[in-house]
Design a protein around this ligand. Structure first.
Ligand code: IMP
Length: 180
C-alpha cells in the first residue's frame, strides 16, 4: 500500500463483528428460502464474500456491475456493465452494496431487477451516507452509517486503489489519483 497508513474510520474488528450480526439477521429473514445475493461489483466483493460466509442458510451468489463514478463524484448516469447470470423471476433477491451514497446506483439496480419479477427484493449495504442522498432509497440492512467523507478499503476504491485495505479509511486527504 503506498504512503503512510490512512486514518481509520471503521476497524477490521468492528467490520467483522457487524458482518456476523448482519449474517445472523439476514439468515433469520430468509429462513427456508434460497435468496440470490446480487453483489454489485466491484466495491461489494469483499463484503459479499464475508457476508456469504456469515449466512447459515442456503443462497446463490451472482454479480452485476454498474458504473456511475469517476474519481470522487457520481456522474449522475448509471450504466449496466455486467448483468446477473441467472433468471430471478419468482426469486428472493438481496442486492449487496458496499456503500449507498446519492442512492443512484442502488435505485438503478432496484429498477433493473424489479422489472424481472422477483418474489422479493431487498438491499443490504455495508455503509450508508444518508446525508448525501439524492434519490429516496432506504436499504433494509445497513452495516454502518457514516458522515460525508470519502472512504476506501474493504472493497472500496479511489480510482482502483486501496480495495485491499482490511479496514475502512478516510481518503479525504488523498488527491484524485489516490496518491497521498
Ligand atoms: P451512489 O450511486 O452515489 O449511491 O454511489 C454508489 C457507488 O459509488 C458505490 O457503490 C461506490 O462504488 C461509490 N462510492 C460512493 N461513495 C464512496 C466512497 O466514499 N468511497 C468509495 N466509493 C464510493
Amino acid at each position: 500500500m503506498p504512503g503512510a497508513p490512512l486514518p481509520t474510520v471503521i476497524s477490521a474488528n468492528a467490520i467483522s463483528r457487524r458482518v456476523r450480526e448482519l449474517g445472523a439477521e439476514i439468515s433469520t429473514a430468509y429462513a427456508d428460502r434460497e435468496p440470490v445475493l446480487a453483489l454489485v461489483l466491484h466495491g461489494a466483493f469483499i463484503f459479499a464474500a464475508d457476508l456469504a460466509r456469515a449466512l447459515t442458510t442456503a443462497h446463490q451468489v451472482e454479480s452485476l456491475a454498474l458504473a456511475s463514478y469517476d474519481g470522487r463524484e457520481s456522474s449522475g448516469e448509471v450504466q449496466v456493465i455486467k448483468d446477473l447470470g441467472c433468471d430471478i423471476s419468482g426469486r428472493d433477491v438481496l442486492i449487496v452494496e458496499d456503500i449507498v451514497d446519492t442512492g443512484r446506483t442502488v435505485s438503478a439496480a432496484l429498477e433493473l431487477l424489479e422489472y424481472r419479477g422477483p418474489r422479493s427484493i431487498e438491499v443490504v449495504t455495508l455503509l450508508d451516507k444518508p446525508s448525501r442522498r439524492v434519490v429516496d432509497v432506504t436499504p433494509r440492512w445497513v452495516g454502518f452509517e457514516i458522515e460525508d467523507i470519502f472512504v476506501v478499503g474493504y472493497g472500496l476504491d479511489l480510482d482502483g486503489r486501496y480495495r485491499g485495505l482490511p479496514y475502512i479509511a478516510n481518503a479525504d486527504a488523498l488527491d484524485l489519483n489516490g496518491a497521498p
